[in-house]
Design a protein around this ligand. Structure first.
Ligand code: HH2
Length: 271
């Protein structure tokens, strides 16, 4: 881990800044593909309050296709390496074991895996490096997940899935204190499911691990506001961040770090 630093969870809500080095991410695709621009943006996010930078080289937006490992490595590793060398805490947003291994070797401290360690090589890499892991719930695959997702009981299904993946991660040798859980807002969920998750987020605290929540600029916010476009969801995002913090989120994953750090800090005061 860079300089032996680790996330100080629990004292206040931590802010994870999103850095998508992709041509096609849903809200910022193409903006940070150039490594120099990506690094400048990451430093800005840290200056504005990000505790951790989440570097991703493959979009998981609904309908996105897979990116070959070689291409994902080419996008992600140089950026991770440069940020880690500056002492910035980095997570790598990947579902591929080879990318996780390379990013951890380059200095990333956390693997953010939207498939919750489906690739066992990711679990092995995280265990070997003593890395943190964010286990996220997704129903289905990005390509198809938004085609009429259905649940008997959305909170119970998410909690059961995460409990099973926590057990798997522990068996793989990942430290108990290194595991985070995330309900996966927008991953195989309708707007109503996302709203239910935010209303009942507190229930996930029973899993005994810090809770990560990523609502930033997502479609259900646009829907609730009468069809707002991606560039017009800042205040809607702020409301979801405040709600998540009040209901016990430990980490919020956001694009607009400066604004959402204020929201998180102020909501922490009121919590
Ligand atoms: N959401 C996205 C990507 N990764 N990881 C976690 N743990 N939780 C999330 O809610 C989450 C995530 C989707 O957002 P973004 O990275 O902005 O878009 P894209 O996947 O299109 O790159």
């Amino acid at each position: 881990m860079p300089g032996g630093r680790w996330l100080d969870v629990g004292r206040r809500t931590l802010v994870m800044g999103v850095l998508n080095v992709t041509p096609d991410s849903f809200s910022d695709g193409g903006r940070w593909l150039d490594p120099d621009r990506a690094l400048r943006h990451a430093r800005d996010m840290v200056r504005h309050g990000a505790d951790l930078i989440d570097v991703g080289g493959e979009s998981t937006r609904p309908g996105a296709g897979p990116v070959p490992a070689r291409e994902e490595l080419r996008r992600v590793v140089p950026v991770v390496e440069a940020l880690a060398a500056e002492g910035i805490l980095v997570s790598v947003d990947t579902s591929k074991g080879v990318v996780a291994e390379a990013a951890l070797r380059a200095g990333a401290a956390v693997v953010n895996d939207v498939t919750a360690l489906r690739d066992r090589a990711t679990a092995r890499a995280a265990a070997r490096h003593g890395a943190g892991v964010i286990l996220m719930h997704m129903k289905g695959e990005p390509r198809t997940m938004q085609k009429a997702p259905r649940y008997e009981n959305v909170m119970a299904e998410i909690a059961d899935f995460l409990r099973a993946r926590l057990e798997f991660a522990l068996r793989a040798g990942i430290g108990r204190d290194k595991l985070f859980v995330d309900p996966g807002i927008g991953f195989g969920k309708t707007a109503e499911h996302n709203e239910t998750i935010l209303r009942r987020l507190g229930e996930l605290r029973q899993l005994g691990h810090p809770v990560v929540v990523g609502t930033s600029r997502k479609r259900f916010i646009g829907t609730a506001l009468g069809g707002r476009g991606i560039g017009d969801r800042l205040f809607g995002t702020a409301a979801t961040v405040a709600a998540a913090v009040l209901r016990g989120a430990d980490v919020v994953r956001v694009h607009d770090v400066r604004e959402m750090s204020d929201v998180a800090r102020m909501t922490d005061v009121l919590r």
